[in-house]
Design a protein around this ligand. Structure first.
Ligand SMILES: [Ca+2]
Ligand SMILES: [Ca+2]
Ligand SMILES: [Zn+2]
Length: 563
């Protein structure tokens, strides 16, 4: 049965305070007021905070907002961050979040969007069992039972609220989170990834070996010894950092990604004399370690989940000589890509593609593709997706998806600078390009000059089509270029507006400010505009209002056309 759909409400953005005062003064509930479709709950000034704070309290008291996370700020330890999810008739409104920053119980900032006027039938026409048996009959994999399945309210791509089941579904290209209409069984939205935790392991078998990377460069590698052999399992750092070598068995890897098989100790990268010569194994493992070290040194963050949970990466998903024999989807997934999967295995995992054999180029660009594990910025980019999954959960489509991708590029570039600044890897030079050591020449994206690789450097020229989940990679450079300008300064090519940056010696300031905004202040459905507001708030929190840091960030967003 196809349930009649509601038509979209006209968007009317009433002024926050005016609308709130109607509610509070007349003591009406949000539903009985002639409500706008969405209420923007952005408050950072004392004048706005009092009413907005009371409104949030009202929503919490009436069960329309429920707390889903409280985190202590690692960079300003006196601050706390509450993350609320909107509920409607007991069902979570997917992505509708409000974040509230407090100090000693006093509210400092609030960000988010609240939908006051959801009209939707919350009884599903199709039971969950029917959906699951339909899915299981359509694929060779069974639906993993350990992944959460829930009924939610989802704003579909057309802006219509839809009652949908949220499920983790297996597929030939790995699992996806699907939202399936609870009335007609049609998939209304899908995206990759959530993230679960496990404890680390004790260590009495840790060893440090010596390895050679993809570029023939020498580096120390933290491994584990077992039965006289060595494995790429790092037990020296607080989380278990494990690098698995799938030895080209992509069919087994698909079963693992789809949670129909588990990785085991036999899958660790192996070496007989602790002189490691497999470049992708060495680089993937060492770069995951650098990423951990960076997060801890710069943000006092304990790993990807903040609790030193395991970090799992996979190399050699295919053999290069199988180039012509694998199916097309395997070719693009395991030769030409690297990805993070939050719902794969107990802790999520990153897979690094194998690249192309020597002599092969991408016909469109003439670029060669090396092992993806050979780019430290690629490794940290993928691992940063796990951080986003564990914090803001930025929804992987449209502007919030572009922010999700921008954060990964920002961490990717920052880890590269962090490592280069130690001087321990003289063969590595840091830059604002992502993937230049893998996709050659030129790399994948440029934060310094997005236009040079066909990405927008300004909001006015953003991609507005439906491909790439609404341009999540394409448009990411609008935000990551703002990050670049805030550090290095310079002139935006499209707007001609110049920015005075904080200078490369102060890059840590912008890195910390952006990290706080992206992981603590942003709701899951953030827009570029909220990214501007939250990064400015974060700068004020850390360095005070009117400081050069705030000015640099403010100018940078203006230069890229984000208001
Ligand atoms: Ca580089
Ligand atoms: Ca780079
Ligand atoms: Zn990404």
């Amino acid at each position: 049965m196809i349930f009649p759909r509601l038509t979209r409400q006209p968007i009317k953005l009433l002024k926050n305070v005016a609308f709130l005062s109607v509610i509070l003064v007349n003591n009406l509930s949000a539903q009985t007021v002639a409500a706008p479709e969405v209420i923007l709950l952005n408050a950072t000034q004392e004048s706005e905070l009092r009413l907005t704070d009371r409104f949030v309290d009202h929503l919490v008291r009436t069960n329309q907002l429920r707390i889903n996370k409280i985190v202590t700020d690692t960079l300003i330890p006196t601050r706390q961050h509450e993350r609320f999810s909107q509920y409607h008739q007991g069902l979570k409104v997917y992505g509708a979040e409000v974040t509230r920053q407090t100090e000693a119980g006093v509210t400092v900032s609030i960000f988010g969007r609240f939908y006051p006027d959801i009209k939707i039938e919350t009884t599903p026409s199709l039971p969950l069992d029917t959906i699951i048996s339909t899915i299981n009959s359509e694929t060779q994999w069974s639906l993993p039972e350990n992944k959460s399945q829930e009924l939610v309210i989802l704003k579909n791509p057309n802006g219509i609220f839809t009652l949908a089941y949220r499920l983790t579904v297996a597929s030939p290209v790995g699992p996806a989170i699907q939202f399936i209409d609870a009335h007609d069984g049609i998939t209304v939205h899908q995206y990759p990834g959530i993230h679960l935790n496990n404890d680390g392991l004790p260590c009495d078998t840790c060893r440090v070996g010596e390895g050679r990377g993809v570029k023939g460069d020498r580096k120390k590698i933290s491994v584990n010894t077992l039965g006289g052999r060595f494995q790429t399992l790092d037990l020296l750092r607080p989380p278990a950092i494990a690098t698995y070598d799938l030895k080209g068995d992509w069919e087994r890897l698909l079963n693992i990604l789809n949670n129909n098989e588990l990785l085991g100790p036999a899958d660790y990268g192996q070496d007989s004399d602790n002189h490691w010569t497999d470049g992708p194994i060495v680089d993937g493992h060492v770069s995951a370690g650098w990423t951990y070290d960076y997060l801890h040194a710069r943000f006092q963050r304990n790993g990807l989940d903040g609790q030193d949970g395991p970090i799992t990466t996979i190399v050699h998903p295919v053999n290069r000589e199988d180039l012509w024999s694998v199916p097309d989807h395997i070719f693009s997934l395991f030769f030409l890509n690297a990805f993070y999967c939050g719902v794969c295995g107990p802790d999520g995992m990153v897979v690094f593609g194998e690249g192309l054999p020597e002599g092969f180029v991408l016909t469109e660009t003439g670029q060669t593709i090396d092992f993806f594990a050979g780019g430290i910025d690629i490794v940290s980019h993928e691992l940063a997706h796990a951080i986003t999954d564990n914090t803001s959960g930025l929804i992987y489509q449209n502007e919030s998806g572009a922010l999700n991708e921008a954060f990964s590029d920002i961490i990717g570039v920052s880890v590269e600078f962090f490592m280069a600044d130690t001087g321990r890897h003289p063969e590595e030079t840091a830059d604002y390009v992502l993937g230049e050591d893998v996709v050659k020449p030129n790399g994948v994206r440029s934060l310094a000059d997005p236009l040079s690789l066909n990405n927008p450097d300004h909001y006015s020229i953003r991609y507005q089509g439906g491909a790439d989940y609404g341009g999540v990679h394409i448009n990411s450079t609008i935000a990551s270029h703002a990050f670049y300008l805030a550090i290095e300064g310079g002139t935006n090519k499209t707007s001609g507006i110049s920015v005075v940056g904080v200078g490369s010696h102060n890059r840590w300031q912008i890195e910390q400010v952006f990290y706080r905004a992206f992981t603590m202040l942003m709701p899951a459905n953030s827009t570029f505009s909220i990214a501007r507001k939250t990064t400015i708030q974060s700068a004020r929190d850390m360095f005070g209002a009117g400081h050069t840091v705030e000015r640099a960030i403010d100018e940078a967003w203006t230069a890229v056309g984000v208001k």
